[in-house]
Design a protein around this ligand. Sequence first.
Ligand code: HEM
Length: 422
Amino acid sequence: ADLRLGRRLATLRAGTLGLAALGDPVARLFQAPWKHDPYAVHERLRCERRLTWSRSGIWVASTYDDAHAVLRDRRFGVRLANGQQPFDVTGGPVHEGTEPDVLEMSLLGLDPPDHGRLRRLATPAFSARRIEAVRPQVEATATRLLDALDPARGPVDLVASYASPLPVAVISDLLAIPPQHARQFAAWGSTLGASLDGVTSVPHHKRLLRAQADLRALFERLVAERRADPGEDLLSRLATAADGPDAVTADEVVALAQLLLLAGFETTTNLVGNAVHALLQHPDQLAMATEDPSLAGRVITETLRWDPPVQLTARVAHEPVRVGPVDVRRDQVVLVLLGSTGRDEAVHGDADVFDLTRPEGRDTLAFSGGAHYCVGAPLARLEGEVALRLLLERWPGVRRAARPRPRGTTVIRGWRTLPVRA
Ligand code: HEM
């Protein structure tokens, strides 16, 4: 969900090769071979049971309690005192655009008071009641995608044909994107989503800027249209709320709409992919879920704990803060390892075991916490649950058809391909 962070991490990553070889755990999270098994790196960090200092110049929170404390503490924010985003400070080869990055105006990149003003605009649309009301739409979309697959014709890549199109179709529906734009919309989402781990080359950066500009142009047009002639959809509500007491600019509405597309896209895709992969790796758990597809919600909850799609985020201290025994100075950055918190033995017994019968534990931090807690969490859970349940109902014999290919990215963790047979 965190494009802002991902782009900055490209800078960080550029300077980490040497540090990784020296054993710096944070650097290792961004370098092969270690990055393919972040949980082993996390485990070492958690042993210290306090914030760890990385030689890349940042603190790291790896335990549930430290992550929880940092995310919920209002003395931490997302911008440095000079208003910049934190990862510029590492000064590497980030390819900056010439135009303002509209995503930086979105919720993820804002501190109070602007953050609260924009967030109040978005949250009502994602209330539990509103989201439950879209269940039939999500089911219809998942059913349509499954209907289009013919397992008799050979292996099917579940990422390309199911996990990836589902969230784009759902958010396009919610925003009422006209059908003629839907395909293009998905392609832009994919280009922008792919940059979550950083922008790695000049052509990549050019493609990214192009997609961003095109997407913004489309949203600018749609927001103007919906302002003039609002419907019942989410985009109309955002566009017209801009006239109310919490006045927001048209630019801010456009940024918010873009974020809703991006934040819910790769994240949900990889939640579904990681969940299916976890089941395929654990035949006993797969058998249990196939026997009773109403366990789909548990599969999602357990995946969010065991192998969540968003692995980390970052915060900046706006004033000196003591976290346990550690003094974090003003403007220092804390990398929060969300993916480590679900494996913390102090919170979950047998934390490395994927177990659908596990009793409910403490709230997951897979959707972050505090001021930036994921707005779309209820929608993400609903999509994940529906996707898994329908798959288990329709393909009770689902099994691996070939070796899956990992994305190989650090911020977003998941599978690029997941070939299966019915
Ligand atoms: C923020 C995870 C799906 C909308 C976040 C953050 C995380 C996250 C970790 C906070 C980052 C931080 O603290 O810096 C996820 C995961 C998802 C998911 C794991 C799916 C499995 C969605 C969906 C939507 C959405 C479906 C909406 C359509 C947002 C928004 C924010 C956000 C708007 C920004 C909130 C803020 O900054 O105040 N998400 N997300 N997310 N997410 Fe999600």
